[in-house]
Design a protein around this ligand. Structure first.
Ligand SMILES: [Fe+2]
Ligand SMILES: [Fe+2]
Length: 179
């Protein structure tokens, strides 16, 4: 993964020019192998928060040139995060703990709610409707904060403990976090 460009996600349809695509996806140059599973996913939350802030600021500033780009970067990054959890972390957690219909099911449902809001964000950005954009981002922020607090406070520590030696192997597979 190191040295490779990180590419976007087809689910995130925002108008971005080819030159902007290059700015959006920096080449990955570093990989902190000493991170714990909990640190890795928590840091990714913080980076998603930063990207989200840029969307809000662009909406507040009526920055129509910039908002599509910021929304695309944020949406891609959040979707990538969801896919790491649904594709790797949650199944490994379920396997290790035997809890298949517990916290991971709730988290998956909340991902779907946030994905629905990302679709609404795409529509409101396309319509350039600042009030509607801010309405969607407010709801999304609330959901994200509650969701992340549950993962960071409960699910990640439990997964860290349950997975033990499997944790570092999973991070190796997931690869470095984009800057
Ligand atoms: Fe999640
Ligand atoms: Fe998460």
């Amino acid at each position: 993964m190191v040295g490779e460009a990180w590419s976007g996600n087809d689910q995130c349809q925002f108008d971005v020019s080819p030159s902007e695509e290059n700015e959006i996806y920096p080449v990955i140059t570093s990989w902190v192998a000493s991170m714990s599973l909990e640190e890795y996913f928590t840091q990714d939350h913080r980076q998603c928060d930063q990207l989200f802030l840029a969307v809000e600021q662009a909406a507040e500033a009526r920055d129509w040139a910039g908002i599509g780009k910021h929304a695309k970067v944020f949406c891609d990054r959040l979707e990538r995060h969801f896919q790491m959890e649904e594709g790797d972390l949650f199944p490994a957690f379920e396997e290790a703990t035997g809890m298949r219909f517990g916290p991971t099911q709730v988290m998956r449902m909340e991902h779907q709610q946030m994905r629905q809001l990302l679709v609404e964000l795409q529509e409101t950005v396309r319509d350039r409707d600042p009030e509607a954009i801010l309405g969607v981002t407010e709801t999304l922020l609330m959901l994200m904060q509650q969701h992340n607090a549950k993962e960071e406070g409960m699910l990640y520590p439990m997964a860290e403990q349950a997975l033990g030696e499997e944790g570092p192997a999973m991070l190796e597979r997931l690869g470095p976090l984009p800057d």
